[in-house]
Design a protein around this ligand. Structure first.
Ligand code: DQA
Length: 148
């Protein structure tokens, strides 16, 4: 069975409360639960992890090395400056899709840079909750996953 891990970084635990005009009204649990059933319908096992701490995110990436086939990663603000996360992604050599709810390129200049994208399979940004579903589809196609 194909196994995918969804990792969410700092402040994403506040989804639903946090700047709803930017990030929407749904909670992270709403999105992840829907993503899990969407994945299950395709014969995919989806696990998830959220932390506000950079070190815990690095450790989660390391731990996933032999337990999953790919990662959907919304690293929040760490996207823009965490070399530690970038090195963790390179280190495990798993396909990772960098994912954002908002279109980071239409926002403040400091959000235009991503230090993670060069070591990721690709980037999905700007589709709200749908970004996670697009990222999942992209990963499954990359992995040659057959639905069912
Ligand atoms: C975000 C975009 C980041 O710039 C921001 O720091 C976040 C959320 C997004 O999903 O749009 O925390 O990753």
């Amino acid at each position: 069975m194909t196994r995918i891990l969804v990792i969410n970084g700092p402040n994403l635990n506040l989804l639903g409360l946090r700047e709803p005009q930017v990030y929407g009204h749904e909670t992270l649990a709403d999105i992840v639960n829907d993503l899990r059933s969407y994945a299950a319908d395709r014969g995919v096992e989806l696990s998830d992890f959220q932390s506000n701490s950079e070190g815990e995110l690095v450790s989660a990436i390391h731990a996933s090395r032999e337990t999953v086939d790919g990662i959907i990663l919304n690293a929040g603000a760490y996207t823009h400056y965490s070399i530690a996360l970038r090195d963790a992604i390179s280190g495990v050599a798993l396909p990772v899709v960098e994912t954002h709810l908002s279109n980071v390129h239409s926002r403040e200049a400091f959000r235009h840079e991503t230090v993670l994208a060069p070591v990721c399979l690709g980037v999905v940004a700007g589709f709200g909750r749908h970004s996670y579903f697009v990222a999942l589809e992209a990963l499954l196609r990359h992995l040659g996953h057959e639905a069912g």
